[in-house]
Design a protein around this ligand. Structure first.
Ligand SMILES: Nc1ncnc2c1ncn2[C@@H]1O[C@H](COP(=O)(O)OP(=O)(O)O)[C@@H](O)[C@H]1O
Ligand SMILES: [Mg+2]
Length: 264
């Protein structure tokens, strides 16, 4: 049984706009899986359906089911889903700008009353993210984009999740930092057994670290398979991995759409 199982899920915004259409995704226990696709494809919407954050945006799951560790979670509110072990790092690395890294981490742990344990977890996070330790006195608003991303991930880990949902952690980061972030994600997955669903436009970096990937276009999964399989797929190469750059070539994507009929 998969840890997370998204089954034929449909999401509507404002009761009319269908953003996600019949999407099925599985993340195994301790798995590392990517959801790839261009801007506007529906990636963030799927993560919000899983963590329960659609309601504030007037979105709702209108069909399908989502189960986590065998339990149907669609009726659970977001804090309950966090307690079950699902944590969502939102796009845009939202940290508390006026707090230091350690204070940011502490703010994530209102549910743990044990101060010694919280202190130990914070130490552990600063070991895992040495860059944050070197910026211990700085307010988070003054950290670089990469450091803020690390802090956002560390804060999520303070909830001791079984599943980490990451929304475009590499967005806007220099290539070296992208490598560093992806290294850390791999370590969290391998060393702590935390399952990860990684949303990315950066297919090059993501396919290097994940075991399995799904490709979404206009709200539908159009391809899925092992990372090797997707990396070797000629259409993926052309549309998403072309020229060794990490930029999506939109002309190539159009071309790919014309040719993809045989992929279905
Ligand atoms: N709060 C919202 N209200 C209405 N439509 C939305 C909202 N958020 C996203 N959408 C629409 O849903 C589709 C998928 O968006 P999103 O999930 O953010 O894509 P991605 O994360 O892949 O860039 C887009 O067409 C977008 O315009
Ligand atoms: Mg998004």
């Amino acid at each position: 049984m998969a840890l997370l199982s998204v089954n034929s899920v449909e999401v509507v915004y404002d009761q009319v706009a269908l953003a996600v259409k019949g999407v099925s995704i599985e993340v195994p226990e301790a798995g590392l899986v990517a959801l790839l696709g261009a801007n506007g494809a529906g990636k963030s919407t799927i993560l919000k359906a899983i963590s329960g954050l659609l309601a504030p945006e007037r979105g709702a799951v209108s069909r399908g089911t989502i189960s986590f560790a065998g339990e149907d979670i669609l009726r659970l509110d977001p804090p309950t889903r966090v307690r079950r072990g699902i944590v969502h790092v939102l796009e845009g690395r939202k940290v508390f700008e006026h707090l230091t890294p350690a204070e940011n981490l502490m703010a994530a742990t209102t549910m743990h009353k044990d101060r010694a344990m919280v202190a130990q977890m914070i130490d552990h996070m600063l070991d895992l993210f040495p860059r944050l330790a070197t910026r211990a006195k700085a307010k988070a608003g003054y950290l670089s984009g990469g450091e803020q991303q690390m802090l956002a991930i560390a804060r999520a880990l303070m909830t001791k999740p079984k599943l980490l949902l990451l929304d475009e952690p590499s967005l806007g980061l220099a290539p070296l930092l992208v490598d560093e972030i992806f290294d850390i994600i791999t370590r969290i997955n391998r060393e702590q057994g935390v399952a990860v669903l990684l949303v990315e436009q950066n297919a090059v970096a993501a396919l290097d670290v994940v075991q399995h990937a799904y490709l979404i276009e206009q709200g539908r999964i159009v391809m899925s398979g092992t990372a090797d399989l997707l990396r070797e797929n000629p259409d993926i190469k052309e549309a998403y991995l072309g020229g060794g750059t990490t930029q999506v070539d939109y002309h190539a994507v159009k071309h790919y759409r014309r040719r993809k009929r045989w992929l279905a």
